[in-house]
Every structure is written in structure tokens, then in C-alpha cells.
Design a protein around this ligand. Structure first.
Ligand SMILES: Cc1cc2nc3c(=O)[nH]c(=O)nc-3n(C[C@H](O)[C@H](O)[C@H](O)COP(=O)(O)OP(=O)(O)OC[C@H]3O[C@@H](n4cnc5c(N)ncnc54)[C@H](O)[C@@H]3O)c2cc1C
Length: 332
């Protein structure tokens, strides 16, 4: 590259030579809400590889009835602490973020060879080049707001309540020994009936405290700019245009098709295993009488079972434990 490399706000992936990392906020200036991580890679960067804080079951309560859904594991960290870790990682690869600088127009970045739009869900880079990226943003109807509370929720759990205005849901999970996240959500109709749109932040918080008094057990809700949001679904037909690249929330956020894609991925692995077993049978590497379909399914179930054990153990149980002995059984 002839000129300077330019990242418009982003996390540097260990690359040197990044000349500018503009950031709207001051250092450590984000809202102190927690972040949760369900993947072991991000967890490796947490201080002292701290194990997850025990959120493994999802509990749903409705009408006093408790339903337990097992199999979810994740770790959590206060957002400020996460930011400090990211800042230290940036410093370790000689990247010096420029704080309190808002990029208002892409023309400010004209001199750079590469512009990485890691500027979040309301990305300026995406908005400025929306037709070129094939960008669409669709807002879901439900309204939700994020609060904190000192009430301890040991697991990722939900509380459902029904009122004269409609049904409300709270998602709650602990992210520190003495702090939990508390997200209140409702349909657009319920939102209109309860009148949150016309309430100040403090009144909204107090109303939520009243609605969820039982779940909160006498603890208050803590509000830090707890505005009512609608979840945006961001999609881009293309992730790059010329020297502009989108990553992170600027490119895509939660994808409702993820489950379908994972299922398709697993189906393809099973089909490939089946094909490989058929070939192995013709070559005399496995018993010719082997039912390739049943064998392939058994192997896939083995892998999925290992994933499940790994996740449920808080990513600590060795996924390859006893593999030599088990392979001897599976490959008979
Ligand atoms: C309330 C809330 C809670 C969440 N909780 C979780 C969670 O627990 N776990 C999880 O995995 N995900 C969570 N998410 C989602 C997660 O925050 C995002 O997926 C993630 O932060 C996306 O990272 P990003 O780097 O793409 O964008 P962002 O984290 O949004 O970073 C974009 C950065 O660009 C800066 N910026 C934007 N525009 C400009 C500009 N014009 N000039 C200069 N700087 C600019 C912003 O200040 C910001 O620092 C949560 C999201 C929200 C809103």
C-alpha cells in the first residue's frame, strides 16, 4: 500500500502500521453494561482465563411455573473491564486510539488506502455507501430496555408476567459477583398501553421495578441511559466496496437463519461421512456389511455430544478425552 492504512474504529487484529483509530467516546467511556461470551476464544483473553460464572441453565418462569432448559454456557465480564482489555491489546500492537473524535463524513478518510467500518450498528461507512453495500436495516416491533440490578440471578433466566396492559418479559443474568443484567421487553401494543413512550427514564425504571418487584426481591433497577429500543436487523449484500470494508455490527448483527445454516452444515458433514464410509467399504478399509448411513449418524452424534459436554462444563472438559479408546470402538 502506498499511503497509510486507516481503520475507522475497530479492534486491531495484531496488525502493525495502523495509523488512526478514531473513536467517538473517551477512553473507557462506554455505558458500564456487561458483555457475555459464549465462545471459548474470547474467554481466553479474559483475565486469568476466568471460568464462566455458572450460567448454565436457562430458567423461564410464567404464572409461578418454573421451566428449566439446560445446555447453555457463557462467561460474562463488565463492559468497562472488557474495554480496558481491548485497549491493552491495542496498545500491545502499537495502536493508539484517537478518543473523542467523531468521523462525520467519509471525505475525512479520503487519504487512506483502506477504511474498515467497524463503527457499529449505526455505521457511518455503511450509511454513506448504502446502495454500494446493498444495505438494509429493518426494525423489529418489540421494545426493550437494559437495566442493571444488584439482585443475583445465578443463571441466564427469564421472568414472564401478565398485566392488564399486556405481557412483559425480563431476561436476567449475572455478570459479576454482585451485579446482574436485567432486560425488560414487551410487544409494541403493550408498550403503547403502558405509556413508556411518554415517561421519563426514572419513571420507566420505577414502573419496571414495580412490575418485576417479585423477581427483583427488593433490589432496585439501575438505569444508565436505559432508553427503549427496537432491535435492528442489519443486512448487507456485499461486505466491501472499493477500499471500504464493513465488519462487526456495521455488517451484520443477529441472524435468524443461523440455526438453519448450522443444521445444513451438520447435514453436510453427515453426508460426507456417509460417502467416505461407502468408499472405505469398497476399498476394504471398513467392513463391507457396514451400514454407512447409520455409522455416519453415529459419528455425528458423537461429535455433537462432545460439543454439548464441552459447553456444559463451562468449556473446561477436554473434548478429546478418551478419544483413542473411543475411536477404537467407533472405527470397528
Ligand atoms: C445494550 C447492549 C448490550 C449488549 N450485550 C451484549 C452481550 O452481552 N454480549 C454480546 O456478545 N453482545 C452484546 N451486545 C452486542 C454487541 O455489543 C455488539 O455485537 C458489538 O459491540 C459489536 O461490535 P462492533 O465493534 O461491531 O461495534 P460497536 O461495539 O458498536 O463499536 C463501534 C464503535 O465505533 C464508534 N463509532 C461509531 N461511529 C463513529 C464515528 N462516526 N466516528 C468515530 N467513532 C465511531 C462507537 O463509539 C463504538 O465505539 C449488546 C448490544 C447492546 C446495544
Amino acid at each position: 500500500m502506498s499511503g497509510r492504512g486507516q481503520w475507522l474504529v475497530g479492534f486491531p487484529f495484531g496488525r502493525k502500521g495502523v495509523s488512526s483509530l478514531p473513536e467517538v467516546l473517551p477512553a473507557g467511556g462506554l455505558i458500564p453494561i456487561p458483555a457475555v461470551h459464549s465462545d471459548p476464544v474470547s474467554r481466553r483473553h479474559l483475565p486469568d482465563h476466568r471460568p464462566p460464572i455458572g450460567q448454565r441453565d436457562t430458567r423461564r418462569e410464567r404464572g409461578g411455573q418454573r421451566v428449566v432448559i439446560d445446555g447453555i454456557g457463557f462467561a460474562a465480564i463488565g463492559r468497562l473491564q472488557l474495554l480496558q482489555l481491548l485497549q491493552a491489546r491495542a496498545a500491545s500492537v502499537d495502536v493508539a486510539p484517537v478518543y473523542r473524535r467523531t468521523v462525520k463524513s467519509l471525505s475525512e478518510l479520503a487519504e487512506f488506502d483502506l477504511v474498515v467500518g467497524a463503527d457499529g450498528v449505526n455505521s457511518l461507512v455503511r450509511r454513506a455507501l448504502a446502495p454500494e453495500f446493498g444495505a438494509t436495516v429493518r426494525l423489529l416491533d418489540n421494545r426493550f430496555a437494559w437495566f442493571g440490578t444488584t439482585q443475583r440471578f445465578e443463571t441466564l433466566s427469564h421472568t414472564f408476567i401478565e398485566t392488564a396492559e399486556g405481557a412483559f418479559n425480563a431476561h436476567h443474568y449475572r455478570y459479576a459477583p454482585d451485579m446482574s443484567t436485567f432486560i425488560v421487553e414487551m410487544s409494541a401494543d403493550t408498550f403503547a398501553r403502558i405509556g413508556f413512550a411518554d415517561m421519563h427514564e426514572a419513571a420507566s425504571r420505577q414502573t419496571c421495578e414495580r412490575l418485576f418487584a417479585e423477581a427483583l426481591g427488593g433490589h432496585a433497577l439501575i438505569s444508565n441511559n436505559a432508553i427503549w429500543r427496537r432491535f435492528p436487523i442489519v443486512r448487507n449484500a456485499r461486505w466491501s466496496h472499493g477500499k471500504h470494508v464493513l465488519i462487526g455490527d456495521a455488517l451484520v448483527n443477529e441472524n435468524e437463519r443461523l440455526q438453519a445454516r448450522i443444521n445444513q452444515f451438520l447435514d453436510r458433514i453427515e453426508a460426507t461421512l456417509k460417502q467416505a464410509l461407502r468408499i472405505a467399504a469398497t476399498q476394504g478399509d471398513v467392513d463391507a456389511a457396514t451400514d454407512a448411513g447409520a455409522h455416519a449418524n453415529l459419528l455425528l452424534c458423537y461429535v455433537i455430544g462432545r460439543w454439548q459436554q464441552f459447553g456444559k462444563s463451562g468449556f473446561s472438559r477436554d473434548p478429546m478425552a478418551q478419544w483413542p479408546q473411543q475411536w477404537a470402538i467407533l472405527s470397528r
